[in-house]
Design a protein around this ligand. Structure first.
Ligand code: SAM
Ligand code: DTB
Ligand code: SF4
Length: 337
């Protein structure tokens, strides 16, 4: 199958899409073209992804980010996958914002263990201004330790994005999670457009965008392709694209979802790599229950970033020794800042 790119007018032709991986005014991925990638024979898909990967990155280097939940639980949103929503009984207790000294201790530990990016997550629908100010102080202090910074705090106003940029924030994580037509089945307390608006504020403030989604929510392959199309067709695609495999948590509405075939997860990574050649594609949540072979296939398919550290936000991630062993077996190196 030949190039899946179609040539149609892009309405955002005048946006500041000037980075190497920006979608030009004539390039756009149609959902059908992305579905055709998903339908390729596995070997052909992986070969293409690996070619694109090698044209853009060192194929044996992986970026390591460590996550910390700085404000856990009690979230008013109803995201059907999330253990931190106050609507579901998952055993996660609501906590207050973590004091800055504890955050810095965790950041130092992450740095000592080899992480180069530190991501702080808060279970908020949208932060208040004083909360953004407090997180801004954390960002400045973590950055001063020589780590890249990322935060995920929910929906942001334009002024709040600016405030975080001034604090020195490198990345803002805000996922689209799934395709526009499936979104309402998973979340009812905010719209897809709300998410897109926050992403615009982040981009306009000059912060790098970390935006991806979740596989295994019950979406069809067309809807998986719909998510990828949304991401790849942004005027400037996200610099970082986390692909999460649903972590099924008891008490959430999606706890009994069927397990997806690991090879379909690998395919999603490959399609993200092909459609967003210059972005870091992150093999994100779900590694705890993934064997080494599946993870190796994800790296082969073009994943070049992982969450590193024994916890994600509230659920488990592989032990450091397990990751160190896997990196040794595969001859992978960590990306230095
Ligand atoms: N409250 C903020 C928000 O929703 O943007 C920030 C934190 S929220 C936990 C960040 C992202 O984690 C979600 O957008 C979702 O993609 C991912 N996530 C949450 N629960 C998950 C789960 N059980 N499995 C996989 N990914 C999950
Ligand atoms: C992202 O895409 N995945 C991370 C991060 N961004 C914030 C979160 C994964 C959460 C997994 C379930 C949990 O531990 O809460
Ligand atoms: Fe809240 Fe974020 Fe969880 Fe949704 S994903 S319930 S917004 S913490």
């Amino acid at each position: 199958m030949e190039s899946q790119i179609t040539w149609v007018e892009n309405k955002k032709a005048n946006s500041p899409a000037n980075k190497a991986n920006a979608v030009t005014d004539t390039t756009r991925w149609r959902v059908e073209a992305i579905e055709a990638l998903f339908a390729l024979p596995f070997n052909d898909l992986i070969f293409r992804a690996q070619q694109v990967h090698r044209e853009n990155f060192d194929a044996n280097t992986v970026q390591l980010s460590t996550l910390l939940s700085i404000k856990t639980g009690g979230c008013p949103e109803d995201c059907g996958y999330c253990p931190q929503s106050a609507k579901y009984n998952t055993g996660v207790e609501a906590e207050k914002l973590m004091p800055i000294d504890e955050v810095l201790k965790a950041a130092q530990a992450a740095k000592d263990k080899g992480a180069t990016r530190f991501c702080m997550g808060a279970a908020w629908r949208s932060p208040k201004d004083h909360q953004v100010e407090a997180v801004g102080e954390m960002v400045a202090a973590v950055k001063a330790m020589g780590l890249e910074t990322c935060v995920t705090l929910g929906m942001l106003k334009e002024s709040q994005a600016k405030q975080l940029q001034e604090a020195g924030l490198d990345y803002y994580n805000h996922n689209l999670d799934t395709s526009p037509d499936f979104y309402g089945d998973i979340i009812s307390t905010r719209t897809y457009q709300d998410r897109l608006d926050t992403l615009d504020h982040v981009r306009d403030a000059g912060i790098k965008v970390c935006c991806g989604g979740i596989v295994g929510l019950g979406e069809t392959v067309t809807q998986r392709a719909g998510l990828i199309a949304q991401l790849a067709n942004m005027a400037e695609p996200p610099e970082s694209v986390p692909i999460n495999n649903l972590v099924k948590v008891e008490g959430t509405p999606l706890a009994d979802n069927a397990e997806i075939d690991p090879l379909d997860f690998v395919r999603t990574i490959a399609v993200a790599r092909i459609t967003m050649p210059g972005s870091f594609v992150r093999l994100s949540a779900g590694r705890e229950s993934m064997n080494e072979s599946t993870q190796a296939l994800c790296f082969l398919a073009g994943a070049n970033s992982i969450f590193y550290g024994e916890k994600l936000l509230v659920t488990d991630n592989p032990e450091l020794e397990r990751d160190t062993r896997l990196f040794e077996k595969l001859g992978l190196k960590r990306l230095e800042n």
